[in-house]
Design a binder for this molecule. Structure first.
Ligand SMILES: Nc1nc2c(ncn2[C@@H]2O[C@H](COP(=O)(O)OP(=O)(O)O)[C@@H](O)[C@H]2O)c(=O)[nH]1
Ligand SMILES: [Mg+2]
Length: 215
């Protein structure tokens, strides 16, 4: 890596370590969601925030280059939500997360979700202090994407194949995607979901209840 990028990442790692310690002390389980644009991060979070809230205290941060559309969508669930606008930057970093958390009482939260900027490349190298990173790949994006964007799959704790309700229309090959994910990230758990029909969502909620994304 070029020297400048190396020092940026080193600084980010330091900040992320501080965040992770703060999250741990506060007892909040932090999950970040990464994917290319439109894979269904916000839709997944809308359902997740709604499902958790009757019994848990939940908040979300959401990163985009521009617009507050996603924070508005998520805030409709009644959860505490803040938008992070990155302008031209194609990923969130630990400093942005730290700044966005200002004034929030972390020890009054059970779950914090962080929706990253829609991008399968940039977010890979930036630790946000999260307990678990979930990568979403929608069936409409194609089975080959894990091989093309290996670092983000390699760096994730759970791979979700989203929009399963559309699989038939795009002749999606589930065994091929499983093979491709396993090739770049051996042993990573894979969960097939549809935020629309609810397929796989109970399994996802059970993972969150157990505070672990292993299957
Ligand atoms: N059919 C179907 N559409 C979905 C599903 N999840 C999201 N979408 C649609 O995909 C588009 C992008 O979703 P969004 O949640 O904004 O994706 P994000 O950019 O990753 O946050 C929207 O039109 C959603 O309605 C799903 O499970 N099934
Ligand atoms: Mg979104």
């Amino acid at each position: 890596l070029p020297e400048l990028l190396q020092s940026v990442l080193k600084e980010n790692d330091t900040k992320a370590r501080e965040l992770r310690a703060r999250f741990q002390n506060a007892g909040v389980f932090v999950v970040s969601i990464v994917s290319g644009p439109g894979a269904g991060k916000t839709a997944l979070l809308e359902k997740t925030l709604a499902a958790l809230q009757p019994h848990s205290r939940v908040a979300a941060l959401v990163g985009d280059l521009a617009t507050e559309f996603d924070s508005e969508r998520l805030a409709r669930t009644g959860a505490q939500v803040r938008q992070i606008l990155t302008g031209t930057v194609c990923h969130l970093d630990a400093e942005m997360v730290d700044t966005a958390l200002e004034g929030w009482k972390l020890d009054e939260l059970d779950y914090l979700f962080i929706e990253n900027v829609g991008n399968l490349v940039c977010p890979a190298a930036y630790d946000l202090g999260e307990d678990a990173r979930v990568v979403l790949l929608s069936v409409t994006q194609g089975e080959d994407k894990p091989l093309k964007y290996a670092p983000i799959f390699h760096g994730s704790d759970l791979a979700m194949v989203s929009k399963a309700d559309l699989a038939h229309a795009v002749e999606f090959d589930f065994s091929a995607v499983r093979r491709n994910i396993a090739a770049v990230s051996p042993g990573v758990p894979i969960l097939v979901v549809s935020a629309k029909t609810g397929l796989g969502m109970d399994h996802w909620f059970a993972m969150l209840a157990a505070r672990s994304v292993t299957i």
